[in-house]
Design a protein around this ligand. Structure first.
Ligand code: M6R
Length: 613
């Protein structure tokens, strides 16, 4: 999410910053800005929209400074606007900050700063950081930053300049990448390598808690205690195109690998475990801490398209299991032409990565018009859905570039699980002890996702044996069936393989007529109480000559000797399984696409955002 650059050296900083930002525009593009030291001191220039709009805004101005910081934004706190763009400054205009990440305790810090008499202009968590740094700033910006970051919770990569210290840029990170570029007579910072490649290939990768001070002729790195540390210089060998994909061959693969981080951001900001009380879920953003309608809601209706609809199907199962509330789920393109009946106690959850899908927006407007309370789950702040829905829960997945949705899907699931569990608590269905167990399970999900990704070579091997199959069917029961829908869509949209999802119990009612020796069946088997039932379905398709691969829990031996291949994933709560079991399927689809010589990022006939009917 978002891109950061910083420059100090002998060149004019403005072109270097703009050039770097353009290299990072794929990270976020709803607004951009720069802060520069010039003859008039520290000046800040910002604009909603793409970087070219910032360029147009400042092209008439002469900005000859030789040091500065820049940012291209992908909004998290506050809609895309000039005011919410970075750099953010403190109330006195002494400190300018660019930021990637999410400050989880920004609300509390903001209240505290307001109590000290400080005013705020933007809705961003970054303005809180600028004011906090200025609070500690006497005459040394480095020590002010060191003090301020002690109070920050969450993830951040920060670039900071102070009006009185034009000879240096400060950089600090925690759980969000930041690279220091080491040039000759110039030094740079960037959130990603592409912004640096024109200037240097020698870098320091900052580690969590390290603070860098960049001068024209040197870059010093300190640990959290303020001691200088010796960093090893790393040499970047990527070409510029590869660098934008973080060294991955395609955006899709990069985004698959971003899931542990995206899930951490989406989950952690809403889970409270350090209050001394029992673990809880904080959904103040959608009014749920005050119970809102959850206790009295008559029904939940979920509507969305494509992958987001699949998330909705899993949401239905989750709401039924954890909250005991009736749920209807429907594709938005059907929903909008039905005659959906609502009463004022109904809640409609509308899911969309882009927040711009035409059918989804029409469905949301219809539900609203008929009196339902609307909650949007979207990845894009400032999108039409976010603006019109009223209550919004953001998936903090970061920009998703590949047409095939991956990290948006798993973070949508994370949001749905959080809402379902919160509903369960508010409706008296979940006791504290169970909640502790569920929250522990959710918190472990990002690490489990990482474990699955570390075993991707096994999926690649399997794909190399199966990529020419013309029929690949996914089957499962309950949550597994819902995960099959998404798995089959991934495979068909990027590899053009005929791929379908079936509820395993339905196979014998028709689809089994399609099964022959050329068929690959992928059976998702994570619903422990239904292992025997899955075994029967597997036996039925094997008897017709199909090859069968099973995805199941790491400790499950049930399908050994029954399936031709068994893939194991780390164990979690059965109801949370889709968030993990879909990852091998995403990888399988990706590798099949590449092995077929296709471009998984740009599948034929598809668009990332479907803004027409
Ligand atoms: O932006 P949205 O989530 O509203 O998009 C919905 C679908 O168009 C989208 O999920 C589509 O199915 C993807 N290509 C799936 O990978």
């Amino acid at each position: 999410m978002c891109g950061i650059v910083g420059y100090i050296g002998g060149k004019e900083a403005l072109p270097v910053l703009l050039n770097g930002l353009k290299r990072l525009e794929y990270r976020g593009y709803d607004s951009a800005g720069i802060a520069l030291f010039g003859p008039e001191g520290l000046t800040v220039h910002k604009s909603k929209g793409r970087i070219r709009e910032l360029e147009e805004k400042i092209s008439a101005e002469k900005l000859p400074g030789m040091a500065g910081i820049g940012h291209t934004r992908w909004a998290t706190h506050g809609e895309p606007s000039d005011i919410n763009s970075h750099p953010q400054t403190d109330a006195e205009g002494r400190v300018a900050v660019v930021h990637n990440g999410i400050i989880e305790n920004y609300g509390r810090l903001k209240e505290w700063l307001i109590s000290k008499g400080l005013g705020f202009k933007s809705e961003t968590d970054t303005e809180v950081v600028a004011n906090l740094i200025n609070f500690y700033y006497k005459d040394d910006i480095l020590s002010a930053v060191r003090e301020a970051v002690k109070r920050l919770e969450g993830s951040y990569a920060l670039g900071i300049i102070a009006a009185g210290e034009s000879d240096r840029i400060i950089a600090v990170r925690r759980e969000s990448p930041l690279v220091v570029g080491l040039g000759k007579g110039e030094n740079l910072i960037a959130s990603d390598v592409p912004a640096l490649l024109e200037y240097t290939r020698e870098v320091y990768y900052l580690e969590d808690g390290e603070i860098a001070a960049l001068y024209r002729d040197r870059a010093e790195v300190y640990n959290g205690e303020g001691q200088v540390i010796e960093k090893e210089v790393s040499l970047i060998r990527w070409d510029a195109a590869a660098a934008e994909k973080g060294g991955f061959e395609h955006f899709m693969l990069k985004e698959i690998h971003e899931q542990p981080r995206a899930l951490t951001d989406t989950l952690r900001a809403r889970i409270r475990t350090n209050t001394g009380a029992a673990a809880s879920i904080d959904l103040e953003e959608i009014g749920f801490n005050k119970s809102w309608a959850a206790e009295n809601a008559g029904r939940v209706v979920i509507t969305a398209c494509g992958t987001a609809w699949h998330a909705g199907v899993i949401g239905k199962y989750a709401f039924e299991r954890y909250a005991g509330i009736p749920v209807d789920v429907d594709t938005a393109s059907e929903f909008r032409y039905r005659n959906p009946v609502f009463d004022s106690k109904d809640i409609c959850i509308v899911i969309s990565q882009s927040g711009e899908t035409a059918d989804t927006l029409a469905a949301m407007r219809l539900a609203k018009q008929r009196g339902a309370g609307i909650i949007a789950i979207t990845n894009v702040a400032g999108s039409t859905l976010a603006r019109e829905a009223g209550l919004v829960m953001y998936t903090w997945a970061g920009p998703e570039i590949a047409v095939a949705s991956t990290k948006a899907f798993t973070t949508q699931l994370a949001c749905l699980y959080l809402i379902a569990l919160k509903f369960g608590v508010l409706r008296g269905r979940i006791q504290d002890t169970d909640m502790v167990k569920y929250i522990e399970a959710l918190e472990a999900i990002p690490a489990h996702a990482e474990t699955i990704l570390s075993g991707k070579a096994n999926i690649q091997r399997f794909a190399s044996l199966q990529f020419n199959k013309n029929k690949v069917f996914f089957m499962g029961r309950l949550f597994d069936y819902a995960a099959c829908l998404e798995s089959a869509l991934k495979l068909k949209e990027i590899s053009y393989t005929h791929s379908e999802a079936f509820a395993a119990g339905e196979i014998k009612h028709g689809p089994i007529a399609l099964v022959d020796t050329s068929t690959l069946i992928v059976a998702l088997c994570t619903q422990s109480s239904l292992f025997d039932k899955m075994e029967s379905s597997i036996t039925q398709v094997k008897a017709r000559g199909a090859a069968v691969a099973v995805i199941t829990w790491e400790d499950c031996k049930h399908f050994d000797g029954i399936a031709d291949e068994v893939f194991r994933i780390p164990k979690t709560e059965d109801g949370f399984s889709p968030i993990l079991s879909v990852i091998p399927a995403q990888l399988f689809a990706y590798y099949c696409s590449v092995l077929r010589g296709l471009d998984p990022d740009k599948p034929r006939n598809l668009a990332k955002s479907v803004t027409v009917e």
